[in-house]
Write a protein that binds this ligand. Structure first.
Ligand SMILES: *Cc1c(COP(=O)(O)O)cnc(C)c1O
Length: 402
């Protein structure tokens, strides 16, 4: 997309870049009230801003272009991801879409085969209508990635760990391969959040988030973010976000700013719980197989240790028995809710076979390792003992039913 308009950013807040992750999460971008100095960022639910004269405004003119509450959140997320800039969007898919706008008609994109379903749909069904061709490969197979590169290839789309089997892809190796071939890289970091993985520090050019998940963390907002690692990409993203009107609402941004301040402590508790639940599932006779990179037998365990600051709180597992057993288990809990989505403080589980991955053909689901026995869990911040009792009770009830 061509950039014909001048690109300016509104005034930045105080610089907290010398501080640690949790201090930056609490403070960056927050001090936006010069008039009354409120300790939290006010919501500015306004579409437009009054000018002092025809040449002068106070840094904001129209909320589609920029809004002080949204800008506060953008500064915060950019800082946590180690980026130069951020644009907050009205959904995670709007963020995915925005990142793809760096591509032009005639360009070719390479993406992993095991990416988020909504991203797959956009890349597979929408991008070709804009003249962008997409190839889907196994990102863990370097030869396959190399073989997919053509003279029109511009970018590589990385998602790790992948959904729902938690495959871990080597971000540094993929960035090196991309740089070698003159491609730029986009990484969807939703599953870990910047608290546990920072792709831009590993050389990724553009980082995408569904902030609906861990960054907001309270399951009460749909939103997204695109963070850029250099000015080169920041300009194009800022231009397209305004041109296409993808920015998030001030109210959603205000809620997300409230959520992001506790990201660090939430991720610690999410992960602590996930380890305990994964271990419990691993030892349970009604469970065949557990996919969690934090378990030492997981094929991505060592790689995850080398590129992540933690293993996260997403677990998938296969139950023993038939499909009915898995389905019965899913309705047997009192705390864990049967629902799609992830990354909230409450534990959720779902059934990829009929829920998140139902739009894939049966053949594609089986090829991707998605079976009628597979359950995907997003571990919340409840008491681990309660979660284990709840899940154990559901497995036992389903066994009694079998
Ligand atoms: C949820 C999700 C998205 C899409 O985000 P929405 O906020 O639902 O639009 C994109 N990527 C990943 C990895 C996700 O989990």
């Amino acid at each position: 997309m061509a950039d014909s308009a001048p690109h300016t950013n509104p005034p930045a807040g105080r610089d907290y870049s010398a501080y640690g992750f949790d201090s930056r999460a609490v403070h960056t971008g927050v001090d936006k009230d010069g008039q009354y100095r409120s300790a939290t960022t006010p919501i500015y639910p306004t579409s437009t801003f009054v000018w002092d004269d025809v040449r002068t405004n106070r840094g904001y003119d129209y909320t589609r272009s920029a809004n002080p509450t949204r800008r506060a959140l953008e500064e915060n997320i950019a800082s946590l991801c180690g980026g130069v800039d951020c644009r907050v969007t009205c959904s995670g898919m709007a963020a995915v879409d925005l990142a793809t706008m760096l591509l032009n008609s005639g360009d070719h994109l390479i993406a992993g085969r095991d990416i988020y379903g909504g991203t797959y749909r956009l890349l597979h069904d929408v991008l070709p209508t804009r003249g962008v061709r997409v190839s889907f490969v196994d990102l863990s197979d370097e030869e396959e990635v190399k073989a997919a590169v053509t003279e029109n290839t511009r970018a590589l789309w990385i998602e790790t760990p992948s959904n729902p089997l938690m495959n871990v892809h080597d971000v540094r190796a993929l960035v090196a391969l991309a740089k070698d071939r003159g491609l730029f890289t986009i990484a969807d970091n939703t599953f870990l959040s910047p608290a546990l993985q920072r792709p831009i520090e590993m050389g990724v050019d553009v980082e995408v988030h569904s902030t609906t998940k861990y960054i907001n963390g309270h399951s009460d907002v749909i939103a997204g973010a695109v963070v850029t690692g250099s000015e080169e990409y920041a300009k194009g993203i800022a231009f397209a976000c305004n041109a296409c009107g993808l920015g998030g609402s001030p109210f959603d941004c205000w809620l997300t700013l409230r959520g992001v301040k506790t990201l660090g402590v939430r991720m610690q508790k999410h992960e602590e719980n996930a380890h305990k639940v994964a271990q419990f599932l691993q030892d349970h006779p009604a469970v065949e197989r557990v996919y969690y990179p934090g378990l030492s037998h997981h094929p991505g365990h060592e790689l995850a240790k080398s590129q992540q600051d933690g293993f996260g709180a997403m677990i998938s597992f296969e139950t023993a028995g038939d499909a009915k057993f898995a389905q019965d288990t899913l309705t047997g809990t009192k705390l864990v809710m049967l629902a799609e989505s992830l990354g909230g403080i409450e534990s959720l589980w779902q059934y990829p076979w009929l829920m998140s991955h139902a739009s894939m053909s049966e053949e594609a689901r089986r090829a991707g390792g998605i079976t009628e026995h597979l359950i995907r869990l997003s571990i919340g911040i409840e008491d681990a003992d309660d979660l284990i009792a709840d899940i154990g009770g559901a497995l036992e009830a389903a066994s009694a039913n079998a």
